[in-house]
Ligand binder design. Structure first.
Ligand SMILES: Nc1ncnc2c1ncn2[C@@H]1O[C@H](COP(=O)(O)OP(=O)(O)O)[C@@H](O)[C@H]1O
Ligand SMILES: [Mg+2]
Length: 260
């Protein structure tokens, strides 16, 4: 892929966040190109989730800027950023627990269409048409994410792996250009990890750019085209999986973090 502005989807410039005296993210420069799977790794407390919060608008930076699709989105509200196509999942599950899989995804589409919770009360022809479209898209997404066989099960009764897949599917209902995944395989067994990695690969193949935070190095190395490494809020390396695995600073940061 050629470098240049038209090949930049997300650009962080000198992005910093302080919590009181703690510098959680320091002068971070990071570029995500359209079409890639970009990893963000680092020991616990390195600032990865804070970076996601800064990008998605959940936190405003102390300094620096976030550009998405050539627009400065620094300080915009999360729902406006999501509407532009920058959508995240959370480290823990955020689902409508008592709703079925289908209802959760329908709700994702309804919210994206601006229907809100009470959209069903209105019954004009245009709303009926929109509702039919949403039902079709929901069916398609259920098939795409492999949730079709369990579509009538309540979210609360799903396995952990399926809950996380549902979380990603709800994010897909918002039709992201850039999908940010925070530890998508955390707490999963080998089989669940495999399903999630396979799904992320297919999402990327559909043209969705992915920014992923994950501790599982096998998953990161398998999925990512490029990886940035944070340590104590500072980017210490960026490169291809091979470059990152061979980088002495990265090895030291990880080995250092494992000491008692
Ligand atoms: N809202 C907050 N208020 C104060 N400190 C925070 C807050 N969020 C994160 N931190 C601190 O910032 C640092 C980075 O945290 P985080 O971004 O969650 O790291 P990671 O996701 O890489 O494990 C940690 O020291 C954490 O305790
Ligand atoms: Mg985190």
């Amino acid at each position: 892929m050629i470098k240049g502005d038209q090949n930049v989807l997300l650009q962080l410039t000198q992005l910093s966040k302080n919590f009181g005296g703690l510098s959680a993210v320091q002068e971070l420069d990071l570029t995500v190109r359209p079409g890639e799977v970009h990893g963000l790794i680092g020991p616990n407390g390195a600032g990865k989730t804070t970076v996601f919060n800064l990008i998605s608008g959940a936190l405003s930076p102390s300094q620096g800027s976030v550009r998405f699709k050539e627009t400065d989105i620094t300080g915009l509200k999360p729902n406006r950023i999501a509407k532009m196509g920058l959508v995240r999942t959370f480290q823990s599950n955020v689902l409508f627990r008592d709703f079925t899989v289908t209802e959760n995804i329908l709700m994702g589409y309804h919210l994206d269409a601006g229907f809100g919770f009470f959209g069903d009360l209105v019954n004009t022809p245009s709303v009926r048409h929109k509702r039919k479209q949403i039902q079709e898209k929901t069916d398609e997404l259920l098939r795409f994410s492999g949730l079709e066989p369990i579509k009538d099960i309540q979210a609360v009764n799903l396995s952990h792996g399926h809950q996380r897949i549902l979380g990603v599917s709800i994010a897909l209902a918002a039709q992201p250009a850039l999908l940010m995944l925070d530890e998508p395989v955390a707490g999963m067994n080998a089989e669940e990890k495999h399903s999630m990695v396979e799904l992320i690969g297919r999402i990327n193949q559909k043209g969705v750019t992915v920014l992923i935070v994950e501790h599982d190095m096998k998953v990161i190395m398998e999925l990512c085209h490029r990886i940035a490494v944070l340590n104590f809020g500072v980017k210490i390396a960026q490169g291809t999986p091979d470059e990152i695995q061979a980088n002495p600073d990265v090895i030291e940061a990880y080995l250092g973090a494992e000491e008692p």
